[in-house]
Ligand binder design. Structure first.
Ligand code: NAD
Length: 357
């Protein structure tokens, strides 16, 4: 028999950012694998979509912007959670270069407002509920900065964020830990590497490359394509999140990554060769790859040492990169209408952003 996703005494879960890519995958997993009541706090921004969740009596959307402290406090009161999983954030590095203000507001001020609201909620809980309450903050490996050719990030790596996005996430991580040390709030933190999979808003590398290739448009490769990311299939991240949220040690952080290091060039070429098999055209898709000016301050390499979460919590990724990428490319090919719909709604045409020009 498989272990339950959440302990029996966890009945009400507040997920922030559940209308986004990773939050949506988490909500779907909680709906299918547990009987908890889910409150999904999301401002429903440009990258949000609830199609993958559908309607379910155990899922309630609380359309709230975390920047609004009163609305956030009211939402936390309404949700009355046993567990908070905080994913809401502005998440695209390129957008943070063009408009850093929104990242400071949502990721820093938003996290502060949520922490204050959750702290007030937690402090008035009866002892039994208070004892098992948790606040799980979901963060990124980008807070650790950029690696050279060797080495990997771990929980003891010093913070060294270098983009407005990663700086805002680093600030939010520090706030969460401060609320633990100062007020005793029972927190757990995870820092994960790049995610990929179905339902990702088509502005990030993998869906952008798929859509450009299908449209027969130049496939942009930033700089020399040598930047390395440690790719993790979104469902494996969700498994790690649920383990950390329910079994992680209070006050600890866990680095999450699936030994999936690939250069951007390798990722783009792998997508092209999958498309050559799945949707062949007269010429190989790789002929569309076009080098473009690099992202300003582009971190060279990210890689995670997931030893703590694998040894202490028993987490293992179940998808290797080639299997996960094949499933992802197949999913996008079958869901081109969805891509068009969400891009049109967001007013995003797939063009280049984040050049600081
Ligand atoms: P996403 O952009 O797809 O979704 C984020 C969601 O948060 C959106 O629905 C958005 O509307 C919501 N949100 C943003 N600001 C908000 C605010 N002020 N109030 C309420 N809701 C708000 O992002 P994602 O890729 O699903 O990432 C989720 C979390 O995981 C983020 O915290 C991100 O930093 C972290 N993370 C992402 C990755 C990745 O590769 N995508 C990797 C590691 C960590």
């Amino acid at each position: 028999m498989t272990a339950p996703l959440v302990p029996q005494n966890t009945k009400r879960v507040l997920v922030t950012g559940g209308a986004g890519f990773i939050g949506g995958a988490l909500v779907r997993k909680l709906l299918s694998g547990s009987d908890v009541q889910i409150f999904n706090l999301d401002k429903c921004g440009y990258a949000s979509d609830l199609t993958s969740i559908g309607s379910d009596p155990r899922h309630e959307l609380l359309r709230v912007d975390l920047v609004d402290a009163d609305a956030t406090a009211a939402a936390v009161q309404q949700a009355d959670p046993d567990l908070v999983m905080h994913l809401a954030a502005e998440s695209h590095v390129d957008r943070s270069i063009d408009g850093p203000g929104a990242f400071i507001e949502s990721n820093v001020l938003g996290t502060f407002n949520l922490l204050q609201a959750v702290r007030a909620h937690w402090e008035q809980l009866p002892d039994e509920r208070k004892a098992h309450f948790r606040f799980h903050h979901i963060s990124t490996d980008e807070v650790f900065g950029s690696l050279g050719a060797t080495g990997r990030f771990s929980e003891t790596t010093p913070y060294d964020p270098r983009s407005p996005y990663s700086a805002s996430k680093a600030a939010s991580d520090h706030l969460v830990m401060a609320w633990h040390h100062t007020y005793g709030l029972p927190v757990v933190l995870t820092n994960c590497s790049n995610n990929y999979g179905p339902w990702q808003f088509p502005e990030k590398l993998i869906p952008v490359v798929i859509l450009k290739a299908i449209a027969g448009e130049p496939i942009p490769l930033y700089g020399d394509g040598a930047n390395v990311r440690d790719w993790l299939y979104v469902e494996d991240h969700v498994d790690a999140l649920l383990l950390a949220a329910t079994k992680g040690e209070i006050g600890s952080s866990y680095c999450v990554g699936g030994h999936g290091e690939r250069s951007n060039r390798e990722v783009v070429e792998a997508i092209c060769s999958l498309l050559d098999q799945m949707k062949p055209k007269s010429k190989p898709y790789a002929e569309l790859i076009t080098r473009v000016t690099d992202r300003p301050g582009h971190d060279h390499r990210y890689a995670i040492d997931p030893n703590r979460i694998t040894t202490k919590l028993g987490w293992q990724p179940l998808h290797d990169f080639s299997e996960g990428l094949t499933a992802t490319v197949a999913w996008y090919l079958e869901n081109l209408d969805w891509c068009q719909k969400v891009r049109a709604r967001a007013g995003y045409d797939g063009g280049r952003i984040g050049t600081n020009k």
